[in-house]
Design a protein around this ligand. Structure first.
Ligand code: TGC
Length: 385
């Protein structure tokens, strides 16, 4: 039986280098993460020991150039996101927070000294970064943030609360976005400084194998050179979100593929009314819908990747792909759950875990509603936020 990617003739659309990244990511995710992911999800355990291995294999900030990063193309990065998210969204999220958010912020807006200090260590997995933008009362509207950075003598003092900050409790360095008298700016805050506290949010029923935290900044004093000199307003933070949204648009297709494969496999062995359920029209219709969703999402992601390689990717296109690919992945996972029937809600299959994870992915990096309104604004020229 052909795999979904063989039916799609995906390999014909990729270069040797891209297939190489895809295959290495698949091997890593299947051998180093898959064997323990169900236990980790159950136990709410993030395996920090794998971070250095990911760095050694070149996956951290892999799309960035120089400073120890691999300098891979956008499509290679997208394919790696798929392979990690095919195992669990939490690990693709790790790649996103470390590479697309924290490292990208330093790479785009940091001083030469900041880049030298942090990027090689982060690429190698010797240092972990987080990206502290969201606040409890300003998720969709970061412009409403209340965290402040006030000049004090030679330095700055940061005060505020951030929420849903991935990796914060294990991070060495936080990119903190705060309001100043010259607009929103990014700051590099070493997480060991007095006044910085990160507490994992313990009540999640989704993304349990990854870490998201409440962060409190209580009069955190940082030196003058902690500011990212190139950060000039919220647009700087949004540029990093664009990179993360790109990774999500690809990655969720990995979760969809895993669910599709689980459903196809089950449909061949599970019998009902005297024949495999895969030989019934109702199940074949669901499988076909799932494959159509997968193929559509993959081709959209690939289109984005080729645009990104030409530096021609528009944030509106990212909104289309983030909105629709996550939606399609949830639909695939939900249909797979139905085909698996009662067993679909158990951890004997990965489907319910993916379905639960995708509900988080649907919300972070821009909800369905936000991306819908970005598209509506692009079509009409009128902002309805
Ligand atoms: P506005 O506040 O008026 O604009 C500020 C400036 O930003 C520019 N901009 C963008 N630039 C690049 N890429 C984008 N996608 C951009 N979107 C906006 C904008 O042009 C403006 O520039 P300038 O030069 O005029 O100052 O904002 P807006 O009206 O353009 O946008 C409103 C809206 C709703 C689209 C925006 O606020 C938005 O995208 N909201 C959603 C935010 C979001 O995705 N939050 C989730 C972040 S996830 C997270 O924090 C956790 S990280 C993951 C983890 O840690 O696990």
């Amino acid at each position: 039986m052909p795999t979904p990617d063989e039916l799609l003739h995906l390999d014909d659309l990729l270069t040797d280098e891209e297939r190489g990244w895809r295959d290495r990511a698949r091997e890593f995710a299947r051998t180093r993460i898959l064997p323990t992911i169900d236990d980790d999800f159950e136990a709410k355990h993030f395996r920090t020991g794998l971070v250095a291995e990911l760095g050694a294999a070149g996956f951290l900030g892999m799309h960035l150039e120089g400073y120890g990063a691999a300098g891979a193309g956008a499509v290679s990065y997208g394919l790696a996101c798929i392979e990690f998210e095919a195992v669990d969204s939490g690990w693709r999220t790790f790649l996103s927070v470390q590479g697309s958010l924290a490292m990208t912020a330093i790479s785009l807006f940091g001083s030469e000294e900041q880049k030298q200090r942090w990027l090689p260590a982060m690429a190698a997995g010797g240092a972990v970064g987080c990206f502290a933008l969201t606040e409890a009362a300003s998720g969709s509207d970061p412009a409403g943030m209340t965290t402040t950075a006030v000049r004090d003598g030679d330095g700055w003092v940061l005060s505020g609360h951030k929420r849903w900050i991935g990796l914060a409790s294990i991070a060495d360095i936080a990119v903190v976005w705060a309001r100043t008298d010259e607009g929103v700016r990014g700051f590099l805050v070493e997480t060991g400084v007095p006044g910085f506290t990160a507490t994992p949010i313990d009540t999640k029923l989704s993304m349990r194998a990854s870490v998201q935290c409440d962060v409190v900044l209580e009069g955190v004093r940082v030196p003058a050179d902690a500011v990212l000199p190139g950060s000039t307003g919220l647009g700087s933070a949004f540029s990093c979100l664009n990179k993360a949204r790109f990774g999500i648009a690809w990655g969720v297709m990995g979760a969809a593929r895993t669910c599709l494969e689980a459903a196809v496999g089950r449909s061949l062995v599970r019998e009902s009314f005297g024949r495999p359920i895969g030989q019934t029209q109702l199940v074949q219709q669901k499988l076909a819908e799932m494959f159509v969703s997968y193929e559509r999402g993959m081709l959209l992601a690939l289109h984005l990747g080729r645009l990104e390689e030409r530096h021609a990717l528009d944030p509106v296109q990212l909104s289309v792909a983030k909105l629709d690919n996550v939606r399609q992945a949830i639909s695939v996972a939900s249909l797979a759950r139905g085909i698996l029937a009662g067993d679909g809600v158990t951890s004997e299959f990965p489907v319910m875990r993916h379905l639960a994870n995708l509900e988080s992915v649907r919300t972070y990096e821009g909800t369905d509603e936000i991306h819908t309104l970005v598209i509506g604004r692009a079509l009409t020229g009128l902002s309805a936020f």
